[in-house]
Design a protein around this ligand. Sequence first.
Ligand code: NAD
Ligand code: UDP
Length: 322
Amino acid sequence: MANKKRILITGAAGFLGSHLCERFIKEGMHVIAMDNLITGDLRNIEHLFKHPDFEFYHHDVSNFVHVSGQLDYILHFASPASPIDYLKIPIQTLKVGSLGIHNLLGLARDKKSRILIASTSEVYGDPLVHPQTEEYYGNVNPIGPRGVYDEAKRFQEAMTMAYHTYHKVDTRILRIFNTYGPRMRLNDGRVLPAFIGQALRGEDLTVFGDGSQTRSFCYVDDQVEGIYRLLMSDYHLPVNIGNPDEITILQFAEEIIKLTGTDQKIIFKELPKDDPKQRQPDITLAKSLLGWTPKVSRAEGLKITYEYFKTLPTEVLYQREH
Ligand code: NAD
Ligand code: UDP
């Protein structure tokens, strides 16, 4: 169809990317998916392969990115996202946040596409302002273990603003707060898959530190709705998207034990360096600008996610990556 909008989604075989591919096909767009599979999995998108409005390219976006034909939108989601992943592949993480964004902004400039980049609450580091508003500049240790991710994302925002200002590229900056749901990798080390995996294998749940650190978890469908609305808005400054329902990690472990109906014990392990002590999005801007609020409660979202993890084959459950 001649008038179909065409959208490039990088990181398409990952958790969020795969849900975005589905959403934008549903919106009637032609999706060009790109991923180098470094932390993603083709199984997340294989159900889309036969769809006439879906095409996939196995490509590392830190190398020159070429797309033929018209390109209306770009969603840049390629990047390792879990602390364990980006500690294992720090250089690739820095490269995709710097060389990758440079390639994609160049593509957006060339094709006159609107580009939305996936930034993160990690730009606030271990925050001294709570809850975190978009105005807060953050508290990041550039040379700490998490610096490879946090600084890559901060550079990505700076580069995006520079292309907006100097080349008039139509840009959007999304700051994502901890988002979860089906298709997270069971062994990616993030707290939700870690706890559910442990419960399913009958292991103790590993709480890092004393578990008093907080996070605020957003269900994937809410996040995708926020992304869609931000992309369709005309706002080019950063916007937080996340669920402000804050919980300590210890309470979260207790919730997972209850949810899974297991009687696993909680054991305490050393808190990783620079682990943020508290995190909660201030979503005043998203509410007023986009009319967006999260709709899915943690209880509902966790139930759906647990059902998904239960369907995974045993070899995936016992696959060790770290
Ligand atoms: P994920 O690991 O499931 O997905 C990331 C995808 O990017 C993977 O499929 C991976 O193979 C791909 N990728 C990585 N480097 C690449 C490269 N150089 N070229 C091509 N593809 C590459 O993680 P996710 O949770 O879906 O995160 C997606 C994006 O959202 C990331 O940019 C992440 O920083 C951001 N984000 C996610 C969260 C969250 O809570 N899920 C929070 C903040 C930010
Ligand atoms: N965490 C934990 N046990 C685990 C994995 C993570 O207690 O097995 C903690 C981690 O230290 C952090 C919180 O859970 O305080 C969220 O960690 P995650 O890696 O999911 O995301 P991020 O730190 O990037 O928010």
